[in-house]
Design a protein around this ligand. Structure first.
Ligand code: 13P
Ligand code: SF4
Length: 353
């Protein structure tokens, strides 16, 4: 993946605050070197790291002053992940971290449903997101009214919601799941019929994986990133790079999944790469994931294709600093909805503990 563009020179609150309490040039240079040591693996020159350094220094200083924690999803920009995040992970790991943190503020560098999940699990904490427009095509594909209709149409079925849903949809569901535990959840439920929402491809992939003969009814949601990958494209890469390991996200089309050596969520991919003796990998998922692994495994090679999630990429350092200064963009969930949604999330933890 190409290095992200350097930050624009727009004047945000963050820059004004920075001007009031500036860092010395020695501090900036040391920070630029720290960033470059990580980010050179994804092609960032040291000059670019010098532009990020005042922002990462300011965010990390504020984080301490406010007892805030920064949770960042694997698809975030590399400078967010390796510049300011306290914890990097998949949806499940981030939800657990949010649930267990001692911090007063959670700055969630990810998309809105993830920040909302954090709020559902820790209602007393202030959960902030750098950009309220960081949505998700899956979460936006279904409403609580749709879930009620599905439930009425399939009264015997358990309703399993992928975490890529908003709180009102979770509140109408029996249990949540993530890409890391979807199969386990479906298999642990006593029901023979499952309404699995909102990801159509994931529902079909789970149907193909489970040997238990359960009937899985799918919704029509799709991830705009993962639906772009094609089986023919994967087959070409397999021929071009003999020995390559192909890892596909569970949100990919079933024909793509059939061609993969590993299928699962983002942290499952990281674990697979860590344990594999192979040198070349193709991660059929959002580009950020390959960047995370390029930094963590400099001796391994990560080959495209990848696709960018426009929602994840809305988050950048300037916005993170601005929101942390103003404690703006706070996530709120009405209590009755939160309490019901929490039940569905707790059920997920129970079934997978
Ligand atoms: P993971 O939980 O596997 O990180 O997936 C989240 C997501 O949004 C994938 O598109
Ligand atoms: Fe949603 Fe797809 Fe982006 Fe993940 S990659 S946040 S599923 S749109």
């Amino acid at each position: 993946m190409e290095a992200s563009k350097p930050p624009s020179r727009r004047i945000l609150m963050g820059e004004a605050a920075l001007a009031k309490r500036p860092f010395s040039s020695a501090e900036i240079e040391a920070e630029a070197r720290r960033l470059h040591a990580k980010l050179q693996a994804v092609g960032y020159p040291v000059e670019q790291c010098r532009l990020y350094a005042p922002l990462t220094l300011a965010i990390n200083r504020l984080k301490k002053e406010k007892n805030a924690v920064i949770l960042a999803h694997n698809y975030q920009r590399a400078e967010v992940l390796f510049g300011i995040a306290d914890f990097i992970g998949d949806s499940l790991e981030l939800a657990r971290k949010a649930r267990d943190t001692q911090a007063d503020i959670i700055l969630f560098c990810g998309v809105k449903f993830m920040a909302e999940t954090a709020k559902i699990l820790t209602p007393a904490k202030k959960v902030l997101i750098p950009d309220m427009e960081a949505g998700c095509s899956l979460a936006e594909s279904i409403s609580a009214a749709d879930v009620k209709k599905l439930r009425a149409a399939h009264p015997e079925a358990a309703v399993v919601s992928y975490v890529n849903t908003y709180a009102d949809v979770k509140a109408e569901s029996d249990v949540c799941c993530t890409s890391a535990n979807a199969l386990k959840i479906v298999e642990a439920l006593p029901n023979q019929e499952i309404v699995f929402l909102p990801d159509n491809y994931m529902a079909r992939n789970i149907q193909a994986q489970t040997p238990l003969g359960k009937k899985i009814m799918a919704w029509k949601g799709l991830c705009i990133v993962h639906e772009t990958f094609r089986a023919e494209q994967i087959a070409v890469y397999r021929k071009t790079y003999p020995g390559i390991q192909i890892l596909a996200h569970l949100e990919c089309h079933p024909d793509v999944v059939k061609l993969a050596d590993y299928v699962g969520g983002t942290s499952g991919m990281a674990k697979y790469v860590a344990e594999s003796q192979a040198k070349q990998f193709m991660l059929v998922t959002e580009c950020g994931m390959s960047d995370v692994l390029r930094v963590q495994f400099p001796g391994k090679q990560f080959i495209v294709p990848c696709a960018l999630c426009p929602y994840m990429k809305k988050i950048h350092l300037e916005k993170a600093l601005d929101v942390l200064i103003r404690e703006a963009n706070e996530i709120t969930v009405p209590e009755p909805v939160r309490a019901k949604a929490e039940r569905a999330l707790q059920k997920m933890f129970e079934l997978t503990s």
